[in-house]
Design a protein around this ligand. Structure first.
Ligand SMILES: [Zn+2]
Length: 116
């Protein structure tokens, strides 16, 4: 079974970030999201996917604690921690048409952050 919490804390240590909370719940349009304060929400659907895909989503979210957008710096972190991340990104899109994640937007108002 895919154990989000263990995997998330292992990766957080490796990347050097500290998510304040990891929550798993059904999400209709996203695989996961993370707030600037470090609250990570994972779609419960991830539990039934291959482990490497859930792991990819977690790493993606954790890297957002270093880089809030999907720019070049973000991609170079992804490459450093997970060299095959682009393959995993393509694979996960074959399971469901969900967005990979929220871009963490520091300017957005708190209502938007709470949204899925
Ligand atoms: Zn993202």
């Amino acid at each position: 079974m895919f154990r989000c919490n263990n995997i998330a804390s292992d990766w957080a240590t490796r990347i050097g970030v500290k998510p304040t909370q990891v929550q798993i719940r059904p999400m209709n349009t996203k695989w996961a999201s993370i707030s600037t304060s470090g609250r990570m929400t994972l779609s419960s659907e991830l539990l039934s996917l291959p482990k490497e895909l859930g792991e990819f989503v977690i790493v993606h979210e954790l890297v957002h604690l270093l880089v809030p957008n999907h720019g070049k710096v973000f991609k170079s972190f992804m490459l450093a921690y997970m060299p095959d991340w682009e393959i995993r990104e393509q694979q996960i899109q074959t399971y469901a048409n969900k967005e990979l994640s929220d871009k963490v937007d520091r300017r957005s108002n708190p209502k938007n952050k709470a949204r899925e």
